[in-house]
Design a protein around this ligand. Structure first.
Ligand code: V47
Ligand code: SF4
Length: 359
């Protein structure tokens, strides 16, 4: 095993890519600190001591969804008491509040609503952009883009072009879940396949939009499924270069219907973040999404190869409906303190990773 760490250290120092089998061996190792050391070195070579965050607000415009993913505690069927859809005025108000609080980004995703027309989503983007042209709209996943194409009877390329025309700035990384078909069929049988997710994102990147990529872990997948997931992302990134950050999302089990899933412990979370940093040599950023990880693990992850903490978020449903015990919002001051206490340099960024301010 020591030999593995020496070989991988050598690879990192020589900018060489690690093999799938080596990533799998890391997952099977219990030497968390040695894995963390490798990841920290890989990250230092890319990002130095800088840790990025932004001032953003999440807007989940509807929780009504035609899909019923078993890991999702957020979605409701139309007619259920807790179902909601925000009106454009409510979206405008949230965007105004965000802008007044210094946000540079609105991150917006939602369920696949059975009746909202495609025009609603275009209006939503225009509404946010009217509040301020400085608000970057990062919205929709490949799952939504595919759905818009079906409900509007137009091609994916036409959907992307219409969204760009309305002011879409980039896309978050959701909906990827885990690409392995056998697991995907169990946790989200109605969702587009992993292959389709990758195909749509390739079109998104080819249209000039950046996106992120996520991986939902800690449910029914095994280590090999995680490596397979990252392998497909690494191959796509080789072709397009359109991914900005990789975000492993720790599964929150409350109110979900995944049999036997217990959620993610700190060791597994740190190991997964660290191995993704080592394996994904063509991704500039690895993000610890503190909503799902909790603030303490997210902060600790800064010593395990992570260089981004997402943002202030303000209002979050998807993780909290599933039992996440993190706060709904943290202020910029708190993020800055968390980063400094890890011995790193806090850098406020915009969505496209331009540095706005160093602290
Ligand atoms: O696609 C749903 C996940 C995602 C649960 O790109 C769950 O900057 C854990 O993609 N436990 C949406 N996760 C969130 C997302 C995201 C978040 C932050 C930043 C970015 C970014 C993207 O949330 C969904 C799904 O994978 N999710 N239910 C759950 N119970
Ligand atoms: Fe719907 Fe997304 Fe929840 Fe699946 S994860 S049920 S697609 S809102």
């Amino acid at each position: 095993m020591n030999n593995l760490f020496e070989i991988l250290k050598d690879k990192i120092l020589n900018n060489q890519r690690i093999f799938d089998a080596e990533a799998l061996a890391l997952f099977e190792s219990n030497d968390l600190l040695a894995i963390g050391d490798l990841a920290a070195e890989a990250n230092r070579r890319k990002n130095g001591d800088r840790v990025f965050f932004n001032v953003n607000r999440h807007i989940n415009y509807t929780n009504i969804c035609v899909n019923q993913c078993t890991f999702c505690a957020f979605s409701k069927l139309e007619g259920e008491v807790d179902g909601y859809t925000l009106a454009l005025d409510e979206i405008r108000q949230k965007a105004e509040e965000a802008h007044a609080a210094g946000a540079t980004e609105i991150h917006s995703v939602g369920g696949l609503h059975p009746r909202l027309p495609f025009e609603f989503y275009l209006d939503m983007i225009r509404t946010i952009r009217e509040v301020s042209p400085q608000l970057h709209v990062k919205a929709f996943t490949a799952v939504e883009i595919d759905y818009f194409s079906r409900i509007s009877h137009t091609s994916v390329d036409e959907v992307i072009a219409a969204l760009q025309d309305a002011g879409l700035g980039s896309m978050p990384g959701g909906g990827a879940e885990i690409f392995c078909k056998e697991v995907r069929d169990k946790i989200c049988p109605e969702k587009i396949s992993g292959e389709r997710w990758l195909e749509v994102i390739e079109q998104v990147h080819n249209a000039g939009l950046k996106s992120n990529a996520t991986m939902l872990f800690g449910h029914l997948e095994d280590y090999a499924d995680r490596v397979d997931h990252m392998s497909r992302l690494r191959a796509l990134q080789d072709r397009t270069g359109g991914f900005q950050s990789f975000i492993p999302l720790a599964f929150q089990p409350d109110n979900t219907r995944v049999p036997g899933a217990k959620g993610v412990g700190g060791v597994d979370a740190l190991k997964t973040l660290a191995i993704s940093r080592i394996y994904l040599d063509n991704f500039q950023h690895v993000k610890a999404y503190w909503i799902m990880l909790g603030l303490k693990i997210a902060q600790t992850a800064l010593c395990f190869g992570v260089n981004d903490l997402d943002g202030t978020v303000v209002e979050e449903q998807i993780g909290h409906d599933a039992g996440a015990d993190s706060p709904q919002e943290i202020g910029k001051d708190r993020i800055v303190k968390l980063i400094r206490a890890a011995g790193k340099i806090p850098v406020e960024r915009d969505t496209l990773y331009c540095e706005l301010q160093r602290y």
